[in-house]
Design a protein around this ligand. Structure first.
Ligand code: PHE
Ligand code: ZN
Length: 848
């Protein structure tokens, strides 16, 4: 029998905690089956609380004993909490037993290949001991770890160590979700950093034996992040020790535990032979992200989980600017928008749409979303655009001054900017509260040397939010004259009304407006424009984002005509590509992005937006035909670039070399359509780095020619788990046509398919979601396979299962037959015996 519907938690019900915590002492006696956790916690009644008994969260704990001020007590123990009458000020002592080895959910204290580790965000600490597991309860922690294992770690600085134990003390007040413990046979890679305040910080990366040669890039990224945060935000590190630990079994990317960041190993380990340029870039940004949380998240945290974007949106924004500073802002921005549209716009357009600051949830783990993270970051970017970089920095300085050591809200965050600028930001705040991607339509006229832009904005209805108010939207605009020179440099228009006009003196009677430069706001822009005008922007726009976007729109229009009217690939589009491709003044990585076509999923969403039903096979076929036409039309310059961009000498992951490889491999991908695979086979055989190896193999697999090479790759890398994840993924993602589901099915039977490892599970089942035609195969085989595996994983790992249900979030876009098959799959998941709260919430919302 299924439980009654779980209760929704509401922002409106927030109440301050009844008790505050003065300090926490924990002792862990580690054992795989029977770890004892002893806690000694000083509680004090919160004057702002509403009285009442002491209530502590706790799940799956075996209570051994409890005492208040030394006297044994018998609290009332419920499945998810414990309750007891307590004085105003007292010492709570408690002993519980837990079994880390049986913890397959990877939340709380669990084991990964013989190593103990923890994951407490959002609510994992309650699986470790009884505690007020909420972010507005902050306290200093002292942790004693007892075990025979050689490496015993926790938050803060190590204060004592001896035979079979170590004691760690974290003097900074923190919420329990930032608690961490690690124990195992780990190798330490060391370095150091001296802060701008003169503090010498010991840096360590802890990995399994054999991986110690793959930590250099993460370490280098860490030092650059530390320096960057000092310069860009005036924030220095605040302890003598900082550690990163790499773990093989991890639900997410990484976690910012104070002084002891825990990472999914794939975002730490890199060597030229095993990691691609994209892996290097991700490692750099995730190392930065987690480090930056030290101030935005840890020193200043969230009052409650509805405020998650306070730390995540801001920290994503910080890591984005960092990566741009380290590499190229133009390229980084295009990649960000690409991601935002693929993940966040998709979410905003479907049944899972929710505000950046939600007002209700059933399972908080389901709200670590593209909306909270990526749209949350876009909001910070818009704020900075609106008030300017100086005021932005004044505001963040004030934020750190005013709120250090506190658990805050979005209102606190916006208040500092109102205070430093004197501006009323109440309309701007709607970005946090209204879900859905705003649609902005722009048209223009030119009268006597004045360009007049006419804007209309509309925010679509989303679940639970039928009507919306106009938003404050910063739109960066410029204009390019017929001769290709800029007649209007970038200006910011602040849209505040449903309809609005903006005039600009341009001193010319003809020009092409360039609107939403640098993607200054996360909106869907509609602008009627001729192919000639788009080609003019592709050739001459000074704004790199809009230059790329012009090509993108040309490609989209051409592909749409191929899908809906059976048109031929648009010759004008192909012609417009050549001058960009061959312009050596342009960054190669930018040119590689210009060569990329919109994804199948993007095309499907575009069709759905235009009220037509996407046909996944027709979309995939159009894309294939377009790629082939590109290859034929551009063969000579592509072949020339392919030969010329070969890099001599040893691999280096720097942005410039990576850019050359990305353009060269984009050329390879196209050329493989028409050269019988000759270049790709040669490159595969000769590759001395994973970027070139994967690119060559992927190109072959995409064209149904990679069987021998896939086998060779397997034989070469079968002992390397991270590379084998790539092997699984690339076969599923690149499987041509609808064959991907069968490929994925076959791979799940491979002996190396360890489905209990989240990375490996995602590398096959998750990868199917990235192969649009395969997941949406007309016979329902994609939906069925995913449903089967999610039903299997859910009892072990609800969090990863629930996240992966988002593969289905677009199911209502498609035809009646597909909808029926998808619904059947979703209902099968929904009806599974003992389905987790996590997955149940997701499937219910997706079914709508
Ligand atoms: N807070 C982590 C981050 O974004 C993400 C995370 C959430 C990791 C929940 C684990 C569990 O940096
Ligand atoms: Zn984060």
């Amino acid at each position: 029998m299924k439980d009654a519907a779980p209760r929704a938690i509401k922002l409106a019900d927030y109440r301050p905690p009844a008790y505050l915590v003065e300090d926490v002492k924990l002792t862990f006696r580690l054992d795989p089956k029977a770890t004892r956790v002893l806690s000694a916690i000083r509680f004090r009644r919160n004057p702002e609380g509403d009285g009442g008994p002491l209530r502590l969260d706790g799940e799956g704990l075996r209570l051994i004993r409890a005492a208040i001020d030394g006297a044994e007590v018998t609290p009332k123990v419920l499945p998810e909490e414990l309750e007891i009458e307590a004085p105003d000020d007292f010492l709570w002592e408690c002993e519980v037993e837990i079994a880390p080895e049986d913890n397959t959910a990877l939340e709380g204290l669990y084991m990964s290949k013989g190593m103990y580790c923890t994951q407490c965000e959002a609510q994992g600490f309650r699986k470790i001991t009884y505690y007020p597991d909420r972010p507005d309860v902050m306290a200093p922690f002292e942790v004693r770890v007892e075990s025979d294992l050689p490496v015993l770690l926790s938050n803060g600085d190590k204060v004592e160590t001896g035979e079979g134990y170590a004691v760690w003390r974290d003097p900074w007040k923190k919420p329990a979700y930032l608690f961490a413990l690690v124990a195992g046979e780990l190798i330490e890679v060391r370095d150091s950093f001296t802060t701008s305040e003169g503090r010498h910080v010991a840096l360590s990366i802890w990995v399994r034996k054999g991986d110690e040669t793959r930590c250099d890039y993460a370490m280098d990224s860490l030092k650059r992040s530390m320096k960057w945060d000092e310069e860009a935000y005036g924030r220095a590190y605040d302890l003598d020790q900082f550690s990163i630990v790499a773990v093989d079994d991890f639900n997410m990317g990484a976690m910012e535990n104070k002084a002891l960041n825990i990472f999914n190993a794939r975002y730490v380990l890199a060597s030229p032979e095993t990691a691609t340029d994209a892996d290097y870039a991700r490692i750099e940004s995730i190392v930065a992200h987690e480090y930056f949380h030290n101030w935005t998240g840890n020193r200043i945290t969230c009052r409650d989980w509805f405020q998650l974007c306070l730390k995540e949106g801001l920290t994503v924004f910080r890591d984005q600017i960092f990566s741009g500073d380290e590499r190229s802002h133009a390229v980084k921005r295009i990649e960000e928008v690409h991601q935002l549209r693929a993940r966040q716009f998709r979410e905003d357009a479907g049944p899972l749409a929710h505000p950046v600051r939600p007002t209700s949830y059933i399972e908080i783990n389901n709200f670590y979303t593209a909306t909270v993270y990526e749209k949350g970051a876009e909001i910070i970017g818009m704020l900075r655009t609106l008030i300017g970089p100086e005021a932005y920095r004044k505001g963040t300085d004030l934020y750190f001054d005013r709120h250090d050591g506190q658990a805050c809200t979005i209102e606190d965050w916006l208040q500092v900017f109102e205070d430093v600028t004197g501006r009323d930001l109440s309309q701007f705040a709607l970005w946090y509260h209204q879900a859905g991607t705003p649609r902005v339509t722009v048209s223009h006229r030119i009268e006597a040397g004045t360009l007049v832009l006419s804007f209309r904005q509309e925010v679509p209805a989303t679940p639970g939010q039928p009507t919306k108010q106009p938003m404050l939207i910063p739109i960066a605009v410029g204009a390019i004259g017929r001769d290709g020179t800029e007649v209007l440099p970038t200006q910011i228009v602040e849209l505040t009304e449903a309809e609005q006009e903006a005039p600009f003196e341009i001193g010319a009677d003809d020009a092409v407006p360039s609107v939403l430069r640098n993607f200054s706001a996360p909106v869907i822009l509609t602008q009627e424009m001729s192919a000639e005008d788009r080609a003019l922007l592709l050739a001459h726009d000074t704004d790199p984002f809009n230059k790329w976007e012009a090509g993108r729109q040309l490609a989209k229009t051409a592909l749409l005509r191929m899908v809906t009217d059976g048109a031929e690939p648009d010759a004008a589009y192909l012609d417009a590509l050549e001058p960009v491709l061959t312009d050596d003044r342009l960054d190669p990585s930018f040119r590689a992005l210009v060569l990329g076509l919109p994804s199948d999923d993007d095309m499907a969403q575009t069709l759905a937006d235009a009220n037509s039903t996407p046909d996944p096979e027709a979309i995939a076929a159009a894309r294939r035909r377009m790629s082939e036409a590109m290859a034929r039309r551009l063969e000579a310059p592509l072949a020339e670039l392919y030969d010329r961009l070969r890099i001599e000498g040893p691999y280096s992951p720097d942005a410039e070399s990576a850019g050359k490889r990305s353009l060269r491999n984009a050329a390879l991908s196209l050329l493989t359509k028409i050269d019988g695979g000759e270049r790709a086979r040669t490159q595969f055989a000769a590759a001395d780095n994973m970027t070139d190896e994967v690119a060559a193999l992927s190109a072959l697999v995409r064209n149904g020619r990679g069987d021998d090479e896939a086998q060779a790759f397997h034989d070469r890398w079968k002992d390397d788990r991270l590379v084998m994840d790539k092997w699984f993924t690339l076969q599923v993602v690149n499987a041509p046509g609808a064959s991907g589901a069968a490929v994925a099915d076959r791979l799940t039977q491979h002996e190396a398919f360890d489905w209990k490892n989240p990375n490996r599970f995602r590398s096959v089942i998750g990868a199917l979601g990235a192969n649009h035609a395969a997941f949406h195969a007309a016979d329902g085989s994609g939906y069925r396979l995913v449903a089967d595996w999610l039903i299997r994983l859910d009892p072990l790992n609800p969090q990863t299962t629930a996240r992966m249900t988002t593969m289905f979030e677009t199911w209502t876009r498609y035809d009646a037959d597909r909808r029926a098959l998808a619904q059947e799959a979703l209902e099968r998941i929904a009806g599974a015996e003992g389905l987790s709260r996590d997955t149940s919430e997701m499937v219910t919302r997706i079914l709508g």
